[in-house]
Design a protein around this ligand. Structure first.
Ligand SMILES: Cc1cc2nc3c(=O)[nH]c(=O)nc-3n(C[C@H](O)[C@H](O)[C@H](O)COP(=O)(O)OP(=O)(O)OC[C@H]3O[C@@H](n4cnc5c(N)ncnc54)[C@H](O)[C@@H]3O)c2cc1C
Length: 391
């Protein structure tokens, strides 16, 4: 494996760096206290990337994307993070990295023609309606029903933890159209219009006092059958596609920002305060060193995964190997940041634009959202190590 750029990669890196330096937003992204303004900012930034030809970097060119290779996507993510661009997990992320990819691979021509340009231009916000009150880790226990009635699917049920639902235009909605209790058989992936009659969104207040997630209720919501992605009753294979993209290259961009944040934290720890530097404290110095070592080992893992992707080697359960240590490392780094800041760490000060405090609070859910650490460990144990299935 070669860690240095070859001449073409070097030239590409320079091109990305130049574009980001000139075009990255100079204003601070609005905070979580004004999430509507934040969404406007995210959409405008996405539009600028679209106008510059950098929207949908991993999307094929025939669908309006940039069609970058896995290595080029990684270079983009590294430069994006180094240029201190806005957080990658913004209100456009779900549309670009989940819905768009799923529609490209499983959608109809009409769905592609309608949705893909809107996603690329940042004109539509999407949410993910997978989890339900008694179907989180065990998503196959989901009970939201879809009944065919003429040319429509009539949906009744509840989703929960739905990120950005209160702002979303569309939902990646998974409903049971087959026998109740049918597990992976009889599921359907359908594009839900969040503005349709019968959709009620009840936002939940998060730890930081702001609204990120919602409970969503669907009461006799009529969705045209042409909004089904893939085949009716065959939605599980579409779900797997959706998750494949979430755990693939899209995960690298978050890692690159985490790595840059750690370097910012190390620089802050070297600044002298009233009683010396945080780095003078051997416990902090040791924790920072360990965090940097873990970042480097994850970087090596990512390079290995990118290299496999360049050779078209499909990675399946291997995604859990990245998600598990990455989510735990995220918590460790932001916990370290608030520990170093001391009482200042409990107020919104210091660190990257969003502040260490907010990053720390957000990180607490990293080992739950997108699959808990226990489930990731089960996946690694069962699918990679061949251990017996957990019950
Ligand atoms: C901030 C945040 C954002 C989210 N955004 C979305 C979203 O946009 N869309 C969406 O659909 N969902 C979203 N989720 C939901 C998320 O996917 C679920 O919370 C997650 O899958 C866990 O499900 P659960 O909360 O029902 O917990 P449960 O599945 O009830 O798990 C409870 C505990 O039991 C453990 N456990 C469960 N089963 C096993 C097992 N077999 N072996 C060992 N331990 C087990 C879990 O690890 C956990 O500790 C979000 C969650 C959070 C916290």
């Amino acid at each position: 494996m070669e860690f240095r750029d070859n001449p073409q990669e070097h030239a590409f890196r320079e091109e990305v760096r130049d574009w980001l330096q000139t075009n990255r937003p100079k204003d601070r992204r609005p905070g979580d206290e004004d999430i509507a303004a934040q969404m406007g900012f995210d959409r405008a930034w996405q539009r600028r990337q679209y106008d510059g030809g950098w929207a949908g970097i991993s999307w094929p060119k025939q669908h309006g994307g940039r069609g970058l290779t896995p290595i080029e996507q990684l270079i983009w993510s590294e430069e994006y993070a180094s240029a201190d661009c806005p957080l990658v997990h913004d209100s456009v992320w779900m549309a670009l990295n989940h819905a768009g990819h799923t529609i490209i691979h499983c959608g109809t021509d009409a769905q592609k023609a309608f949705h893909l340009p809107r996603i690329l231009k940042g004109e539509a916000t999407w949410c993910q309606g997978f989890s339900e009150p008694n179907a989180g880790s065990d998503m196959l226990a989901l009970r939201t029903r879809g009944e065919v009635d003429g040319t429509h699917l009539v949906v009744n049920g509840q989703k929960t933890w739905t990120t950005f639902a209160h702002l979303a235009d569309y939902c990646e909605l998974i409903v049971r159209t087959g026998e109740p209790g049918g597990r992976h058989k009889g599921l359907t992936w359908v594009i839900g219009d969040m503005h349709a009659t019968g959709v009620t969104v009840r936002p939940m207040v998060a730890l930081d006092g702001h609204l990120h997630n919602s409970e969503c209720f669907f009461d006799d919501v009529r969705i045209p059958l042409d909004q089904i992605v893939g085949e009716i009753d065959e939605g599980w294979s579409v779900v797997l596609k959706t998750l494949e993209f979430e755990r693939g290259g899209a995960a690298f961009s978050g890692f690159c920002q985490l790595a840059v944040h750690l370097e910012q934290l190390i620089a802050e720890a070297r600044k002298p305060g009233a009683t010396g530097t945080a780095m003078d404290d051997p416990v902090f110095a040791n924790r920072l060193a360990m965090a940097r070592a873990r970042v480097q080992s994850l970087r090596a893992l990512i390079y290995m995964m990118v290299e496999a992707a360049e050779r078209d080697v499909e990675l399946g359960a291997e995604g859990a190997i990245l998600h598990l240590p990455y989510s735990e490392l995220e918590q460790e780094i932001y916990q370290l940041a608030v520990d170093i800041a001391g009482p200042r760490g409990l107020v919104r000060q210091g660190g990257p634009a969003i502040g260490w405090h907010s990053l720390w609070l957000k990180s607490l859910s990293a080992t739950i959202a997108g699959g808990t650490s226990e489930i990731q460990r089960n996946t690694i144990g069962e699918r990679l190590l061949g251990l017996p299935r957990s019950r």
